[in-house]
Design a protein around this ligand. Structure first.
Ligand code: HEC
Length: 99
């Protein structure tokens, strides 16, 4: 019994804290800049559209269109000009998997 109990305690100590579990879904640094406007999880905020849970290819195409100026925007065109190709991919993948 004693032995069983200490094993249970050991397992509890080894279990990752909830914050560590959530880290898998935390926004990568490059996507952190988006959260202030698009909501803490990219779910949209006020007039700013939701970007979480959408198709990664669609998101990437939107980001590209902003960067090239092809898609008219009030702010996203200027923001996207600051990022490279790899970063657009990271953002698209992250928000596609975010909820
Ligand atoms: C200053 C606020 C602000 C920030 C920061 C911001 N956005 Fe936006 N985003 C907007 C607004 C406003 C729109 C609507 C288009 C426009 O007017 O520019 C938008 C539109 C979008 C859209 C198109 C959604 C649709 O359905 O048309 C995507 C995708 C997007 N943002 C992704 C991002 C990503 C990724 C980041 C982080 C690099 C980001 N945004 C940072 C304000 C912001």
């Amino acid at each position: 019994m004693q032995r069983h109990l200490s094993r249970t305690i050991l397992l509890l100590l080894l279990a990752p804290p909830p914050a560590a579990l959530a880290a898998g879904t935390a926004a990568p640094p490059v996507a952190q800049a988006c959260l202030g406007c698009h909501g803490p999880a990219g779910g949209g905020a006020g007039a700013v559209p939701a970007i979480a849970g959408r198709d990664a290819g669609e998101l990437r195409a939107l980001l590209h269109a902003f960067r090239s100026g092809e898609r008219p925007a009030t702010i996203m065109d200027r923001i996207m000009r600051g990022y490279d190709e790899a970063e657009l991919g990271i953002m698209a993948e992250h928000f596609a998997g975010a909820r």
